[in-house]
Structures are given as structure tokens and as C-alpha cells.
Design a protein around this ligand. Structure first.
Ligand code: ADP
Length: 624
């Protein structure tokens, strides 16, 4: 610190002042200012930056004690150390009085020169340290301020990123909606040639891949923004595993890989947990296992009662999941990096599929659910991805009927008028066609203002409302319709490309009853509208009644199944060969998903007789 240390010497005796000044001149970097009275001393503290006061006690007019009290009262001078110097008031009582009026030191005459100088040096050092401290504090405050500004900027950037992703997801999902939706419609076209069907499959597969990428990017941004939450519910673990197994088995068989699920102990049938996130993680890990393994086997191992998992309390009912493959393995230096967003090993990038986000998302989901995803792998020896989750056993929930394909409205229902407000012509046409197929009256408009006009003139029962439209958007149109005659009763479902929660809140706040996130798939469209309007549908392969595992799907019929497949299925059923039946089921599934589910349910309930009867008669057996 280059600034000089300024000492104010206050004494009515000029000799004393002279002596002190001479003494203090021995100290480096010191300035001395003199005052002959208390009053003059106070004035000098205004004119100079004083760092130490040497104050005589006995003075005419304002004495030392009073001067000290005044210095104490002003913010500017309160912190200046005061050293009293007196020859008269030497008793302990006076010293105490001096300390009470703000002194830090009380020296009596005759003064020991060395003692005085060493005290002054001490205050000088303290002063310099205080200055350094102040500089540090100021630096820290500046850093803190810069940090706060950076934080604000980061938050603003994050918000901008979310907005960008939300907009992009809209822009990408809208055309994807048309691609996937029309591909879905065309698949039911009986005139389709085998060649075109294969091309359609490619369109479908590529579209789904693109959708998966969009969803992954959205998912990561949601995780980064801390918007991903766990949704625990009671669910059927056995059923969840079965559906995962069905999906993975097809892919594994494609590559001639052996796929097994190993249950190491008694697993609960129903558990409480986040079924959706668990399914996503397992499908991702098993999907990777299939993708990266070219020979050998893949196994999903489940270990119930996984007590004592690393650092986890022993009391929780945990299940450990291990996805084991005999693939190429992962080099030790890659094993942490593969969990980073967008990181792919060369093998991963060469596959040309995926985005390098799967493991990042999976690790975050597992953490959210209360576990930790780890990898053990040796190059050439395969890999094991493992995690353990709290999944306490739960009560069996009410069993719901499986989904069947809707082919129209059930008989005896009053006519239904549906308005489709959607600016994208392809999407509007797709939804209109899906609704006409049902047998409802449909009208389409391309903006919110037209929606209001048609609503007033035509009084539809239901409105599909795209939220982003030119002229007047879905939010405004919904609010206005709600305020018009008949506007309270009409059901309005939003069509949105945004999967963001904030948007969902705004959509419901605008007055929509519910919402569908694009791309739209026929069954979700029908289900939501059916629920809101209380509609009943006719289904392909409709069940006579709700289907339970004990009472497998009735109404399934094999009339249009190729003869060869039927014979194969009969032989498998007569041999009680579960594996062989599942193999046939998987071949039936693409064409007849409802029938595949029905047969799988029979096998699950050991109703091989029902499968056999179905094969022999072409019609379902009576339900026992
Ligand atoms: P993606 O599979 O889309 O590339 P992931 O995040 O799922 O992204 O995986 C990241 C990388 O980890 C992959 O590129 C791949 O190199 C490696 N990897 C993941 N699973 C396996 C596995 N079972 N065997 C070998 N390598 C794997």
C-alpha cells in the first residue's frame, strides 16, 4: 500500500506536539498532522484522512475524553484508533474512562519512546492489513457480482434454448406427424403391394428414428433444466417386462442373438415405481446391447431383494437390473465418457444410428429413481450395465382391457360433429380422414378466427384445436369460444407439438379440456376424444368383455390368418410349446397386433386349449 499512514497528534502543549512529531519522524511512510485543541482535531479529521489519533487527555475547552466521544459518534471517524497520552490521569479509573470513550490504548507519561513507536507501528500494520482486506472484499464483491450476472445470462440463455427447442420440436414434429400418420393409414390399405409395404416400413422406421432423436434432445434439455420428475405408481412389473421382452426379442432374433430374461429369485408381480422411466432405461440398455453385439447372447438379469446395494439403506425393497451382452466391450478409458451427452465411441458413430444421448438420459433417469447406473466391461469380453432401484411390492391394480384397433363408432350413438382447427393442411387432412373413418361429421378450418365462426354457425360437440395458428392462435380462439353461447359445454382438446410442461399449463389455463402432443397417432386421438365425449367404439377383434389374464381375449378370430401359420400355431399349442407359440405370435403381430396380444394372454394363462380350439375352428372358444 503506497498511501501514507497519517497520525493526528492532539495536544494543547506545543512542546509535547514537537517532541511527538520528532519521534514519529523516525517511522517510514508516516505523516503527522497537529491540533492544539479537541475542536481543531475534529475539523482536521474532516480535512485529512486520519489513521491514528494520539490524544492528550487534559486540554482546555473540549478535553480528550469528550473529543474521543465526538470521534466515536461520526461514521467517518468511528473506526480511527485512539491512543490517549496523559501525565495526569494515570489511575486505572481514568484509563477505564478512556477506553469507555473509544480509546484502544492508554499510555502514561513519561513516555517510553520505543514503546510508543512499536505501538504506532502495530497500528500502522493493522491499518495496512485492513486496507488489504478491504481490497480483497471489494474484489470478492466484484466477482460475486460478475457471477450473479453470468448466472442471469446463463439462465436467460437456458430459457432461450428451451424456447428454441420448443419451437424446433414444433417445426419438426408437425411434418413428422403427417409422414407417420399417412404411413400408418396406408399400412391398412389392402391394395398395397409387398414392394410398397417394404418401402412404407422404411418410411415408418426412419420417421420413428427421427422422432426418437427429437425426443432425446428434448429429454436432455428437460433434464438439464431440472424439469424431469419421477412419477411413481403401482404397475404390473411382469407385464412391463413382457412387453420389453417382446420388443427386444424381435430385434435380437433379427441378428440371431440369444436373448434371455433371468429372474434370480421371486420377483413381485406388482411394484410401486416409475414404470415409464424404467421402461425407457431398460429399452435403451437392451437396445444398445442388441445394437453393439454381433454374436452370442444378451441377457436381462433381475435380482430381487437387492439389499445392501452401494450406500443404499438395507430396509428398502430394491431390485437390481443387469443388462449383460457378449458384444465388443468398452475400453476402460471410454467407460466414463460414454455417459457424456453426445459422446459416441467410434463403433457407436459407425453404426449411424443413435445420437450418443441414450446413456446420458438413462443415467439421469436411474438417478432420479434412486439408483446409479454403472458399467463393467472388458474389451472383447462384453459389457454389463447395472443399476438397483427401490421397487416395493404393490397391490394388484384394477385390470384394464387391452387396446384394440378402433374401426368406428358403436351403434345407437347420436351424431357427433367435430371441428378440426389446424393450419397445416397435411395434418388437417390426416385428422379429418381419421375422424371420417370413424363415421363422425368433420369440418376443418385453418385459423382461430375461422374456428370461432364455424363454432357459432355449426355448434360442434368437439374441437381439435392446434395451439399455433396464424391470424388467431388456439389460446385466444379457445378463450373466446368459451365465452360464447354454448362455449362452456363444447369439448376442446389442444393439438400441440410442444412436450413442455409450462406450455401444458398455459393450454389448460386457456380453457382446453385436454391435449395431444404431436405426432398424432390414431389410437391416442380416438381414445382422448372418446373419453371426453363418452363415446363407445367398435373394435377390430373386439373383445366380448374386458380381458383379464384369467379370461383371455374372446372374439379373436383366425379366419384371415394364412393356413400355414395357423397349422404351425396349432402344433405349438398342442405341444404346449410356449417358445414356439411366441415365435408365431411375433410373426402375426405386425399385421394383427390385437390378435397377437390375445394369444399371448392365453399362453400367459396356460390356456393352450383355447389357442388350439381357435386354430381348429377359426373362431374363439367359449370363455370358461
Ligand atoms: P448411441 O447408442 O446413440 O451412440 P448411447 O449414449 O446409448 O448412444 O451410447 C454411447 C456409446 O456407448 C455408444 O456410441 C457406444 O459406443 C457405447 N456403448 C453403449 N452401449 C454399449 C454396449 N452394450 N456395448 C458396447 N458399446 C456400447
Amino acid at each position: 500500500m503506497s498511501e501514507k499512514f497519517t497520525i493526528l497528534v492532539v495536544d494543547d502543549n506545543a512542546n509535547n506536539r514537537f517532541t511527538l512529531r520528532a519521534l514519529l519522524a523516525r517511522l517510514p511512510d508516516c505523516d503527522v498532522v497537529e491540533a492544539e485543541s479537541g475542536e481543531r482535531a475534529l475539523i482536521l479529521t474532516v480535512e485529512h484522512d486520519i489513521h491514528l489519533v494520539l490524544l492528550d487527555v487534559q486540554m482546555p475547552g473540549m478535553d480528550g475524553f469528550e473529543t474521543a466521544r465526538h470521534l466515536q459518534m461520526t461514521e467517518r471517524t468511528r473506526h480511527i484508533p485512539i491512543v490517549f497520552i496523559t501525565a495526569v490521569f494515570t489511575s486505572e479509573t481514568f484509563a477505564q474512562h478512556g477506553f469507555a470513550s473509544g480509546a484502544v490504548d492508554y499510555l502514561t507519561k513519561p513516555l517510553d519512546d520505543n514503546l510508543l513507536l512499536s505501538r504506532v507501528r502495530l497500528y500502522q500494520r493493522l491499518h495496512h492489513q485492513k486496507q488489504e482486506l478491504e481490497v480483497r472484499v471489494e474484489q470478492l464483491q466484484r466477482q460475486e457480482q460478475a457471477l450473479a450476472t453470468a448466472c442471469e445470462a446463463a439462465e436467460a440463455a437456458n430459457h432461450a434454448k428451451s424456447m428454441f427447442l420448443s419451437n424446433m420440436s414444433h417445426e419438426l414434429r408437425t411434418p413428422l406427424n403427417a409422414i407417420l400418420g399417412f404411413a400408418q393409414l396406408m399400412e391398412h390399405d389392402p391394395l398395397l403391394t409387398e414392394h410398397h409395404r417394404r418401402e412404407l416400413e422404411t418410411i415408418h422406421r426412419s420417421g420413428h428414428h427421427l422422432l426418437a432423436l427429437i425426443n432425446d434432445v428434448l429429454e436432455i434439455s428437460r433434464i438439464e433444466a431440472g424439469r424431469t420428475t419421477v412419477h411413481n405408481e403401482d404397475f404390473d412389473l411382469a407385464d412391463a417386462l413382457r412387453s420389453i421382452e417382446e420388443m427386444i426379442r424381435i430385434r435380437a432374433e433379427h441378428k440371431a442373438l440369444e436373448f434371455t430374461i433371468e429372474r434370480c429369485g421371486q420377483l413381485p408381480h406388482y411394484v410401486r415405481g416409475d414404470a415409464h422411466h424404467l421402461r425407457q432405461v431398460l429399452l435403451n440398455l437392451l437396445g444398445n446391447a442388441v445394437k453393439y453385439t454381433d454374436h452370442g447372447r444378451i441377457c436381462l438379469r433381475l435380482v430381487p431383494n437387492d439389499h445392501g446395494a452401494h450406500g443404499m439403506p438395507d430396509t428398502e425393497d430394491r431390485i437390481r437390473f443387469e443388462v449383460i451382452d457378449s458384444g465388443p466391450g468398452i475400453a476402460p478409458e471410454e467407460q466414463q465418457r460414454i455417459f457424456q451427452a453426445f459422446y459416441q465411441t467410434k463403433a457407436g458413430a459407425d453404426k449411424g444410428e443413435g445420437s450418443g444421448l441414450g446413456l446420458t438420459i438413462s443415467r439421469e433417469f436411474v438417478r432420479l429413481m434412486g439408483g446409479e447406473l454403472t458399467v463393467h466391461s472388458e474389451p472383447g469380453q462384453g459389457s454389463v450395465f447395472a443399476f438397483s432401484l427401490p421397487l416395493p411390492e404393490a397391490e394388484a391394480p384394477a385390470i384394464t382391457a387391452p387396446q384394440f384397433r378402433v374401426i368406428g363408432l358403436a351403434e345407437d350413438q347420436p351424431p357427433v360433429r367435430v371441428l378440426v382447427a389446424e393450419d397445416n393442411a397435411d395434418n388437417r387432412e390426416l385428422i379429418t380422414m381419421l375422424l371420417r373413418d370413424l363415421g363422425v361429421e368433420v369440418r376443418g378450418v385453418e385459423n382461430g378466427r375461422q374456428a370461432i365462426e364455424i363454432f357459432q354457425a355449426w355448434q360442434p360437440h368437439f374441437i381439435w384445436m392446434d395451439m399455433r395458428m396464424p391470424v388467431l392462435d388456439g389460446y385466444e380462439a379457445t378463450k373466446i369460444i368459451r365465452s360464447l353461447p354454448g362455449g362452456v359445454g363444447v369439448k376442446i382438446a389442444a393439438l400441440t407439438a410442444s412436450a413442455f410442461r409450462e406450455d401444458q399449463t398455459a393450454i389448460l389455463a386457456a380453457g382446453c379440456d385436454d391435449m395431444l402432443v404431436k405426432p398424432i397417432d390414431a389410437s391416442r386421438l380416438y381414445t382422448l376424444m372418446g373419453e371426453l365425449l363418452g363415446l363407445r367404439y367398435r373394435y377390430a377383434d373386439a373383445p366380448a368383455s374386458a380381458t383379464t389374464p384369467q379370461q383371455p381375449a374372446a372374439g379373436a378370430n383366425l379366419a384371415d390368418l394364412p393356413e400355414a401359420l395357423r397349422r404351425e400355431l396349432l402344433a405349438a399349442a398342442e405341444m404346449l410349446d410356449t417358445e414356439a407359440i411366441h415365435a408365431v405370435v411375433e410373426r402375426i403381430r405386425p399385421e394383427r397386433p390385437e390378435l397377437a396380444r390375445a394369444i399371448a394372454a392365453w399362453v400367459e394363462a396356460y390356456r393352450f386349449d383355447a389357442v388350439a380350439t381357435l386354430c381348429r375352428n377359426g373362431d374363439p372358444p367359449p370363455v370358461s
